[in-house]
Design a protein around this ligand. Sequence first.
Ligand code: HEC
Ligand code: HEC
Length: 268
Amino acid sequence: MRSPTPKRHHKAARLLLVAAALLVTGGLYAVVAPATSVAAPTPEETVARGQELFAVSCASCHGLNGEGAGLLNETAPSLIGVGAASVDFQMRTGRMPMANPYAQAPNKQNTFTAEEIAAISLYVASLGDGPAIPDPGQYDPSGLSAAEVAVGGDLFRTNCSACHNFQGSGGALPNGRVAPPLLDAEPIDIHEAMRTGPGEMPVFADGAIPDKDVRSMIAYLDQVHAQPSAGLTLGGLGPVSEGFWGWVAGLGILMLFATWITKKAARK
Ligand code: HEC
Ligand code: HEC
């Protein structure tokens, strides 16, 4: 009996050769490629970059040093102490820079890069202490128990539904302003909005509603928006999350069915 070792050897050698070739190409590319991201900017450089961007895009309304009441708009608030989270929220959701200072800033397509927003946020944070941009651990709704999600629902109904409706589908405010629907709000948007209180919305500080409860509220909203019976759209969440929501909703239907069966059985 001959062993097939030589052939296997051959295959492994070919794989090794390919791996080596890839390594060499990768190495060559690293050497030849334009050195754009060689040294990450220091925090000081980022703040300076943020200040430049601020001078061009924000200072006309918020003042050259973020002190508010700039040349173009004397109602623009001071940004000293609003914190990085406020800038991150206002810019990511496309509210700032504001186009029309006489109306509520709509949330629209943001045209700044993530780096630019980070730089301006860091610059504004350097003007005075305020809420920082939260880490994913502070707003990630995954892994919560059904009881925790129920707590989130209670908190949402108590604190938010008066303006945003109990399903988060938005509502009109008495002064002609609107509390927007929260269907498309990302978990980070919800966290930042609560900590910074944009426009007419009050601030919900960590002392009043800690991060753990914010996560429960986000999980509750996710659950509400996943229910097909609510007649709400998924708003282009993409295939991965749509699959996930399909799974969650499917499970919900199964549970309803199970409850129904047990009830029926109990009645007999
Ligand atoms: C055309 C004028 C205008 C421009 C330009 C503008 N803002 Fe504003 N900004 C305002 C006004 C007015 C408000 C108050 C809006 C409100 O209360 O809803 C505001 C509010 C804000 C807030 C919320 C402050 C708070 O109390 O939490 C932040 C943060 C902010 N702007 C950042 C920026 C940044 C950063 C830029 C530049 C990228 C910018 N703004 C450009 C007019 C402007
Ligand atoms: C007094 C009414 C009011 C209450 C109470 C309120 N909000 Fe708001 N909320 C608003 C208004 C008004 C805006 C829009 C602000 C703007 O555009 O400047 C808003 C904006 C938001 C946004 C941003 C959505 C987007 O389109 O980008 C989120 C997220 C949000 N609120 C979540 C909450 C949560 C969670 C609660 C409860 C803890 C809450 N709000 C309580 C009035 C309210």
